[in-house]
Design a protein around this ligand. Structure first.
Ligand SMILES: CC(C)(COP(=O)(O)OP(=O)(O)OC[C@H]1O[C@@H](n2cnc3c(N)ncnc32)[C@H](O)[C@@H]1OP(=O)(O)O)[C@@H](O)C(=O)NCCC(=O)NCCS
Length: 180
């Protein structure tokens, strides 16, 4: 489909599969996404509580643009997280912003480090990327570590860039360059 060009992609990794989101992922998505710990380090586009309407809106492509490579992380036969890049435009078209999340049940076992590595190996040549960047909330050292383990460098801090219910938070900017 032209509006979902990556629907047929399957990236097989050690203990996971990356593939397009499907309508029948809704129940699994709700099980893993409706957890206060998951959005703590994410932008407000990932709500809490995560309602059935939120899941339906996401799977219908009303939250993120499914023309981009937005994949479910499938483990043990169900979607339990997501990973995506948002490609940039114009003079930044060689770059993209990376985002990801994983259900809490699977944290702390190196999964996201391996998922990011597999996804980057696939997406960099497919989109001819020269740069990938990621913004990490100051309260999210685990995500910073995932990026460091994948060769990203911390490039700077956007001080008080976000206001959350508990106050202002810094955003740490990570980047990695690729040879084209
Ligand atoms: C961040 C997240 C993706 C990590 O996934 P994961 O599968 O647990 O990550 P990994 O196990 O591959 O690696 C985590 C690393 O962080 C480290 N870590 C975990 N908690 C930490 C903490 N509080 N302080 C410092 N390091 C920490 C781990 O020890 C590990 O590093 P190591 O291998 O050097 O020991 C997962 O917790 C998540 O989805 N969180 C919610 C969504 C989110 O924050 N997404 C990222 C937005 S930028």
């Amino acid at each position: 489909m032209a509006d979902r060009p990556f629907d047929g992609v399957r990236i097989d990794g050690e203990g996971f599969l990356l593939r397009a989101w499907r309508q029948d992922d809704l129940d699994a998505l709700l099980r893993h996404a409706d957890d206060p710990q998951v959005p703590r380090g994410l932008s407000e586009r990932f709500p809490h509580p995560y309602t059935r309407a939120d899941g339906e809106a996401f799977l219908a492509g009303r939250v993120v643009d499914f023309r981009h490579p937005v994949f479910a992380i499938e483990m043990e036969g169900e979607a339990c997280g997501g990973i995506a890049v948002r490609p940039q435009a114009g003079e930044r078209a060689h770059g993209a912003e990376l985002g990801y999340w994983l259900g809490r049940r699977h944290w702390g076992r190196g999964h996201m480090t391996r998922v990011v590595a597999a996804y980057i190996d696939w997406v960099v040549p497919v989109l001819a990327l020269r740069r990938i960047e990621a913004n990490v909330l100051d309260v999210n050292p685990a995500s910073a570590r995932v990026l460091e383990k994948n060769g990203f460098t911390e490039e700077g801090v956007r001080r008080s860039a976000l206001q959350k219910p508990d106050g202002f938070h810094d955003l740490r900017l990570f980047g990695r360059l690729f040879v084209v």
